[in-house]
Design a protein around this ligand. Structure first.
Ligand code: FAD
Length: 469
């Protein structure tokens, strides 16, 4: 029996993962990616799964961090994105960061080599043709205007746009290592055993105050509708944080805790700027948490006020970008299909999740749903006790609609998962403190999620062995 191909539109994090999952289910897939025929404002290459900003997939600890739990679940489901990220790791403390070029190359090569995957380099510049009866739309925050307009006319919902901000990248050999030093916060070891993953630049109080003044005074890029930009707190531009209070940065990306100046151990820094390795060679380092809407000239001037970066050569300066996402809780069903036109499924950032990992995670599910549906064995979503189930549950209905614009992009977090009561005492009968209870609770949530995911996977695999309906 010939199985008809599923179409995936967009070869980013979500589309690449979706295409892989469909093909791994034994279903042919045609992946339509518009680059290099048509560019986006942020991508710079023609590779699939290009990372447009940070090279980090964030914390990699499933026992204590929700995104780490998502990593673990995706690995268990044969995620292409996680396999390539693991293969292209660079040191980043407790985080999973990758060599961006190696990573995108690996994803591209694996998909190109898959016998059931065909890659078409073309823009889908409107609604997919009617004879594409199963489509995964994974065109991301920079969905091309022609397709965005077509979706808009179909959904009747207003499209929401907002701006995030990109952090600058500095060339290693321009950093003054007589001032800066390498250390991970609290010397925490990363997956590769590296405990000195970051470069730290210290500031005393006078330097910090002058820096905050410069951020506040620096010329910013101007935008129409700026007042309505729905920032989410994990990705605030640095100058916006400074506007919220002079101390905000010291308690945010510039916090000095857990770090000791290797050159002057007796001096406690008032604030610290951290840089994280950006490529395998170690030649490029990005400024952690320094997403910004400052104008480029001002960025060079102001960021060179940072001790150790006086002569910084910026391989890339910070910038801003648009985000396009659907009002998914209203528009999509639990299978990520558009209620108004169920042949169209959505995946990735365009569904209102935020982040590389979350985008790929929704791609993974959309791919599994589409593959199973094509084989006549529809697949239920993973239980809401799993990070994957919680995430897809949130975007397909978990969010409480509080009127227009209330649905905003969401990272995975423990708040999306049903809570568990932590133990009050440890195995020896000792009362647990608040921090220990939180740790124990996260661990329990993680244990439950992985057990429930395994059971869901086992159920879906045994269903796949049954004859199709
Ligand atoms: C500038 C920027 C910086 C970001 N920084 C971060 C970050 O640091 N960390 C983080 O976790 N997340 C970040 N994000 C958010 C988000 O996680 C990423 O955008 C992520 O790549 C989303 O994955 P995706 O697969 O949904 O979209 P993408 O990875 O953008 O993939 C969509 C693909 O679809 C293609 N496409 C678009 N329209 C069409 C069409 N009509 N026909 C065919 N192909 C089309 C595009 O060329 C692209 O390859 C950032 C987003 C932007 C825009």
């Amino acid at each position: 029996m010939t199985v008809k191909a599923v179409h995936v539109v967009g070869g980013g994090l979500a589309g690449s993962e979706a295409a892989w999952q469909i093909a791994q289910a034994g279903v042919p897939v045609i992946l339509h990616e518009m680059r290099p025929v048509r560019a986006t404002d942020a991508h710079q290459t023609d590779r699939l799964a290009e990372l447009v900003c940070s090279n980090s997939f964030r914390a990699d600890d499933w026992t204590g961090n929700a995104v780490g739990l998502l990593h673990a679940e995706m690995r268990r489901l044969g995620s292409l994105i996680m396999a390539c990220a693991d293969a292209c790791q660079v040191p980043a403390g407790g985080a999973l960061a990758v060599d961006r070029e190696g990573f995108a190359e690996a994803v591209t090569a694996r998909l190109e080599a898959h016998p059931l995957v065909t890659i078409a380099r073309e823009e889908v510049a409107g609604l997919p043709p009617a004879d594409w009866d199963s489509v995964v739309v994974a065109t991301g925050p920079l969905t091309s205007p022609a397709l965005a307009e077509a979706i808009l006319s179909l959904t009747g919902e207003d499209q929401l746009s907002f701006f995030d901000a990109i952090a600058p990248i500095v060339s290693f050999d321009s950093i003054d290592m007589d001032v800066a030093w390498r250390q991970s916060r609290y010397d925490k070891e990363g997956p590769g055993g590296e405990a000195a993953a970051y470069i730290n630049c210290p500031m005393d109080q006078a330097q910090y105050e002058a820096f905050v003044d410069a951020l506040l005074a620096g010329p910013k890029a101007e935008f129409k509708d700026w007042e309505h930009v729905p920032y989410f707190d994990g990705c605030l531009p640095i100058e916006v944080m400074a506007e919220r209070g002079r101390e905000t940065l010291r308690h945010g990306p510039m916090k000095p805790v857990g770090l000791t100046n290797a050159h002057k151990p007796e001096e406690k820094a008032y604030a610290v700027v951290q840089l994280r390795q950006d490529n395998a060679l170690g030649t490029l380092w990005n400024m952690v948490g320094f997403q910004t809407k400052l104008k480029h000239g001002a960025q060079t001037e102001i960021f060179r006020m940072i001790p150790g970066l006086e002569k910084a050569v910026f391989a890339r300066l910070g910038g801003l970008h648009r985000n396009t996402f659907l009002n998914s809780p209203r528009l999509l069903d639990a299978q990520l299909r558009l209620k108004a036109e169920p042949r169209l499924r959505f995946a990735g950032q365009v569904t209102g999740v935020e982040g590389y990992v979350e985008s790929a995670a929704v791609g993974l599910l959309a791919g599994r749903f589409a593959g199973a549906e094509r084989l006549g064995r529809p697949l239920a979503a993973p239980p809401p006790t799993t990070a994957l189930g919680a995430l897809v549950g949130h975007i397909t209905g978990g969010h409480l609609d509080a009127g227009r614009g209330s649905f905003q992009p969401m990272n995975i977090n423990y708040g999306l998962l049903p809570p568990l009561e932590p133990p009050k005492r440890d195995a020896d009968g000792r009362r647990l403190g608040a921090k220990e209870k939180t740790r124990a609770k996260k661990r329990m949530v993680g244990d439950r999620a992985l057990a429930d995911l395994d059971a869901w996977r086992a159920r879906s695999e045994s269903a796949a062995l049954e004859p199709a309906e």
